[in-house]
Design a protein around this ligand. Structure first.
Ligand code: CA
Length: 531
């Protein structure tokens, strides 16, 4: 081999190396920050009237905020299964939290596809799909719902118990994994909080916040549900006025606190609880008292999530990961914050199905931008694959959001944006879990940018809302004869969507054993109600 050949080979070799390095750098890290039951109307970037979330606001200022992101089936496990698979509940098989079996981890998921594409994948925190996680190089999960203090973590090597407030502890463990990961590969981490799920137990940092202030009540706290499915559902169990337990209301401390935590807890609630017991409010005053107790604890739980997001963002900056890491903040669904007199979710109404979705992608997403297209958790899997440059399999049912994210930074795209077709004209929603907590009837429906049509097929009723005129969804106009052509149009679109997504005509039903198990659990909770 002469010197010239050696020289050329050397050039080729270094070019190959450079290309390899460049392509490694091209695949950005993906950090998915996920909360449980975090409603958009408790995030100041979304216009919250009740609290401030400075770190979430900062993320929105540095990225894109999606205003119209919706869950396909508004409960914990099903939403997570949709995100992992990019398929509706009836396709991924996890349709309910409480019955119908565990998530089938042998199926195709986006983390498995990212692993194949060279990503190191991890899952830390809440899982709630019962089966052992698959597609993750590292996973440590809270068993079931997990608890708010001194959480247990289950991993491939066993179960450990860690002292502390769960939102802080999940973050400690996420940062620990980031330190220890294989730094030669891009990473995808699902960092998933338990908070602010029921029973909204605040951490020591915020337990005294909002103490002497009155939180504004939602306009619909005393909704009578006239003309809507809730008034036809006598078993419904989600009203602030009747279905909060002693532990939800912090009239009983949780059993999982250590001595020091318990002392701090009792100190924080003692005076207010004493005053409550000595002079129990009645009627509307009672509902108002319960709303204040509920919403303050909910916001305290959110405060810790916001703090910890700040910690994670600081870590990315300190470790030079900021520029090449996409940070996505979302939650499995929304939540009623006293709206319609409720806590909880499940219904196809806006507060329940609207998910927060904030994306920071340096160099690609325009800082401080907003999007109002109809997007869903169904789109996340294909979006993550697109970000990584992986082609999405044909059987996924969503659409990549990457073109929406880049629309404002890409001049060519921006031209098109002015005149473009809507990303999606309508979304499909389907809730199956009845029997189930709260006893919301099964329903499916369609939502466009302006209208929402819902079919409560167990009740044999329909509802129609004009979201422009009636954003609170108080006025069901299904019987309004002047709407008949609109109703026909929406019913046609609904039926087309059911065909397109291949929704079966018949729902699965719980077995006798599942019914019995659920009834036993439910009985346990009912006995805990504060009356
Ligand atoms: Ca949830």
């Amino acid at each position: 081999m002469n010197n010239l050949t050696k020289f050329s080979l050397g050039l080729v070799f270094s070019a190959v190396l450079q290309t390899a390095n460049a392509s490694e750098q091209k695949q950005p890290n993906i950090l998915f920050v996920f909360a449980d039951d975090h409603a958009t109307h408790s995030i100041s970037a979304y216009g919250s009237k009740i609290n401030e979330t400075p770190n979430l606001d900062k993320l929105a200022n540095e990225g894109m905020l999606f205003r119209s992101a919706f869950a396909t089936n508004s409960i914990c496990g099903p939403s997570r299964a949709v995100i992992l698979t990019g398929k509706h509940s009836h396709k991924n098989g996890f349709m309910n939290n409480e019955w119908g079996g565990d998530f089938d981890g042998s199926q195709q998921t986006f983390p498995k596809l990212l692993q194949k594409a060279g990503y190191q994948t991890s899952l830390i925190g809440k899982w709630h799909l019962y089966s052992t996680p698959t597609g993750f190089d590292h996973w440590e999960i809270l068993p079931g719902q997990g608890r708010y203090y001194n959480p247990r973590f289950k991993s491939a090597t066993g179960t450990v118990e860690v002292e502390g407030y769960t939102t802080d502890v999940i973050t400690d463990r996420a940062l620990d994994w980031l330190d220890k990961r294989d730094k030669s590969k891009p990473f995808m981490m699902m960092y998933q909080h338990k908070a602010p799920h029921r029973e909204w137990a605040p951490g020591p940092d915020h337990i005294d916040k909002y103490k002497d202030i009155e939180i504004p009540e939602p306009a619909t706290l005393f909704d009578d549900h006239k003309g809507r499915a809730a008034s036809l559902s006598p078993d419904l169990e989600m009203s602030i006025s009747h279905f909060l337990t002693k532990s939800d209301l912090k009239l009983e401390p949780p059993a999982y606190l250590n001595e020091e935590q318990l002392a701090n807890w009792n100190r924080a609630y003692a005076a207010e609880n004493k005053a409550y017991r000595e002079n129990k409010p009645q009627g509307d005053a009672r509902t108002k008292w319960r709303y204040q107790r509920y919403i303050k604890d909910y916001m305290r739980s959110v405060d810790s999530i916001d703090d910890n997001l700040g910690r994670v963002m600081a870590y990315l900056k300190e470790n030079n990961l900021e520029d090449n890491t996409i940070v996505i903040y979302s939650s499995d669904q929304g939540f009623f914050l006293g709206d319609h007199g409720w806590f909880d979710k499940r219904w196809m109404y806006e507060d329940s199905i609207n998910m927060p979705l904030i994306v920071k992608w340096p160099g690609q997403v325009k800082p401080g931008s907003e999007n109002n297209d109809l997007v869903q958790n169904l789109d996340f899997a294909q979006t993550f694959l697109d970000i990584a440059g992986v082609k999405a399999p044909k059987d996924m049912q969503g659409k990549s959001l990457v073109p929406l994210m880049k629309a404002d930074t890409d001049a060519q795209n921006s031209e098109k944006t002015l005149n473009r077709e809507p990303f999606r004209d309508a979304i499909y929603y389907h809730f199956y879990e009845n029997p189930g907590w709260a006893f919301v009837p099964r329903h499916y429906g369609v939502r466009t940018d302006r209208y929402k049509l819902i079919h409560f097929y167990q009740l044999g009723t329909w509802e129609l809302y004009d979201l422009e005129k009636d954003p609170d969804e108080l006025n069901n106009i299904i019987l309004d004869e002047s709407q008949s052509s609109l109703i026909t149009q929406l019913k046609t679109r609904l039926s087309e969507l059911r065909t397109e997504y291949q929704v079966p005509e018949e729902d699965p039903e719980p077995s006798l054993m599942e019914r019995f198990k659920f009834w036993m659990m439910h009985k346990g909770l009912s006995s805990q109600l504060e009356d």
